[in-house]
Design a binder for this molecule. Structure first.
Ligand code: MN
Length: 235
């Protein structure tokens, strides 16, 4: 059905006492380099589960399928990453199919064997696996076919130019066709206008995310979306 909220994505912001709200672009790189991304990533996972429990208590809409969580490369290759997730799942009692982990192409391709085995373990837990910013990295079709994936998210840079740049349009068409043939779900990121959505729909894309539906909002303010009109993702 059109216009339903099917999920949320956990986004990180840093409220700094002197500098105000700091965007992830300005601290994630340093956090990756210094290894601080590990405690941050663990906190994000814990907080996401906690949030999901609280939303469940406030009653999620029936259309809600998943909370998506961005996973950093360093976090993903931790030998105990899957154990951490499993422990959280058991403590919280959250159905793991309500969790989607967003990975990036390059972190999978850099060590494909290790990534594939990690993904198989995650899949066995029942979590949904997605490739974020798809189209900006170096995946090959062969890898995509081998990995236990559920979903591709079309990078917002292509969606942004889709109506003005013929090559972006071609890339989006190709990604959608590829996802179709590999039986993967697809979400277009960065949808800003109704015209973007209509064009994407005409290409066969059915799930959307972007400012057209909602800007990022504090978790505490999300619950109103479950009962009112504005949407983060449309089905
Ligand atoms: Mn993401």
């Amino acid at each position: 059905m059109q216009g339903q909220l099917i999920g949320m994505e956990a986004l990180l912001r840093w409220r700094h006492p002197q500098h105000g709200l700091v965007a992830p672009d300005n601290f994630i790189g340093v956090a990756e380099e210094t290894g601080l991304i590990l405690p941050i990533g663990k906190w994000v996972l814990e907080e996401s589960f906690r949030q999901l429990i609280s939303w469940q208590e406030q009653s999620l809409p029936e259309s809600f399928r998943r909370l998506s969580i961005n996973i950093s490369p360093k976090q993903f290759i931790q030998p105990d990453f899957v154990d951490q997730l499993e422990a959280l799942q058991q403590q919280s009692g959250i159905d793991s199919s309500l969790i989607c982990l967003e990975l990036t192409e390059n972190m999978l391709i850099e060590n494909i064997e290790a990534a594939a085995s990690q993904m198989r373990r995650l899949k066995a837990l029942g979590v949904h696996l997605s490739i974020d910013d798809f189209g900006t990295g170096y995946s090959s079709l062969r890898y995509l076919k081998t990995l236990p994936l559920n979903e591709l998210k079309i990078d917002k840079s292509f969606v942004h130019d889709i109506r003005t740049d013929a090559s972006s349009l071609t890339i989006v068409e190709t990604i959608i066709a590829m996802a179709d043939s590999l039986d993967l779900e697809i979400i277009a990121e960065g949808v800003e206008t109704q015209a973007d959505q209509e064009l994407l729909e005409s290409l066969g894309c059915q799930h959307f995310q972007g400012y057209l539906y909602s800007r990022p909002v504090p978790a505490a303010e999300c619950a109103h979306m479950f009962t009112s009109e504005p949407m983060a993702l449309l089905d």
